[in-house]
Ligand binder design. Structure first.
Ligand code: PLP
Length: 411
């Protein structure tokens, strides 16, 4: 046997202290353990369409396969020109979207990498970023990792989870650099009204803030909801619009995303040079996946069938909303977009003190994995996020079990 040389104890660096990503946190780790012991776990915790029988359009697969022989080398750091041009054309078709220079489109290994890169290029220690609560927690984590301070503004459940513009205003300080807008929203499914977006743009204008718009669900809309890109309402402001193939085109595993930078880029040379530098240090995004972008954004939009009134995603959203609505002490704002429901557990009925424990108990007892609301930087332990990706029959069975569990649950 090898005698180990005694290493210095490796502790976690301080810079990771506020970096959390609970969607794949301790509850998910316990689920993996249970699976290893042979239990079947219904995973309602990750917005990953493929395991639920959603297949990517065949044209995307064929195009990527055909590109494999020529996609062996590194590409330009920003990404291949044909894909960046396709992204430009996509936005040219969107009413009111500002002019977009192909040099201001960067491709990434998913939106995730671009969120990390752009916040690293933006923030000095102590700079503040306005992030929604609840949020997609990568925004909070990436802000902290980049040395910044996330300042959470409240989205108002009573107002269809629209951001409270007054709350945003009250949190602006001389250190504030950017406002993050996740629309359609994960975890709430809210699709923001044009008025709210205009008010947010106006705040950004008054305080010289950068707009960072995460629009990865912009084509996953229900009941005819209309999505407005905040960039279209603020052509005079620097705006970063993030999107990619993970959700609309169901190829989350390919890791393909982009960021489109619009507005007065000539006032942001240092920032853009920083992005350029970081893009070059990661060499380039996964090249075969870049080839999927052009065919995806310019071809037939098969997501439309899934979100039609009788489409699979709409039906599943409906099942989730109606089942949750019938549970005592549970209420839910009907999502207008995205792939999640974010129900509220009435504190007078359920008295949950620790929502992580609630999810662990649900997992142990019912083998259902969901994410606690505080994992989305929601301040109180009274929400859960459930993905609406399983077939209606599975979702109905899971929610039935969850309802029974909650009815007798006490902490
Ligand atoms: N932004 C939001 C709001 C998301 O929900 C997700 C994934 O769930 C991402 C970004 C990450 O997407 P990608 O797969 O492009 O990294």
């Amino acid at each position: 046997s090898v005698r180990h040389h005694p290493l210095r104890e490796l502790t976690q660096p301080v810079k990771l202290q506020n970096v959390l990503y609970e969607i794949r946190g301790p509850v998910a780790a316990r689920a993996a353990q249970l699976e290893a012991e042979g239990h079947r776990i219904l995973k309602l915790n990750i917005g990953n369409p493929a395991p639920f029988g959603f297949e990517a359009p065949d044209t995307i697969l064929q195009d990527m396969i055909a590109a494999l022989p020529t996609a062996q080398g590194y590409s330009e750091s920003k990404g291949i020109l044909s894909a960046r041009r396709a992204v430009v054309s996509r936005y040219q078709e969107e009413p009111g979207f500002p002019d977009l220079d192909v040099d201001h489109v960067y491709l990434g290994n998913g939106v995730s990498e671009l969120i990390m890169m752009t916040l690293q290029a933006l923030l000095d220690p102590g700079d503040e970023v306005l992030v929604p609560a609840p949020d997609y927690p990568l925004w909070t984590a990436a802000t902290s990792l980049a040395g910044g301070t996330p300042m959470h503004y409240l989205c108002d459940e009573q107002d269809g989870w629209n951001p409270s513009v007054e709350d945003i205003r009250s949190r602006i300080t001389p250190r504030t650099k950017a406002i993050v807008v996740i629309n359609p929203n994960n975890p709430t499914g809210a699709v923001y009204s044009r008025e709210v977006l205009e008010q947010i743009a106006q705040l950004a204008r008054e305080h010289s803030l950068l707009l960072m718009a995460d629009e990865i669900y912009d084509r996953i809309l229900y009941d005819g909801a209309r999505h407005t890109s905040i960039a279209a309402l603020a052509p005079d402001l620097l705006c970063l619009t993030f999107n990619g193939l993970s959700k609309t085109y169901r190829v989350a595993g390919y890791r393909a995303g982009w960021v489109a930078i619009t507005g007065p880029t000539h006032h942001a040379r240092g920032f853009l040079e920083g992005i350029e530098l970081l893009a070059s240090t990661r060499l380039c995004p996964n090249v075969p996946a870049q080839h999927a972008i052009q065919v995806a954004v310019s071809g037939h939009q098969s997501i439309d069938e899934l979100i039609a009134p009788e489409g699979r995603l709409t039906q599943q959203r409906d099942v989730a909303v109606s089942m949750l609505g019938r549970m005592e002490g549970v209420s839910v704002v009907e999502p207008q977009g995205a792939l999640y429901v974010f129900p509220r557990l009435d504190p007078d009925v359920h008295e949950i003190r620790d929502d992580v424990q609630l999810c662990l108990d649900l997992l142990e007892q019912e083998k259902i994995l969901v994410v606690h609301g505080t994992g989305f930087n929601w301040p109180t332990p009274d929400h859960l996020r459930i993905v609406t990706l399983p077939w209606s029959v599975d979702l109905r069975a899971a929610l039935e079990r969850m309802g029974n569990f909650l009815a007798s649950y006490q902490q």
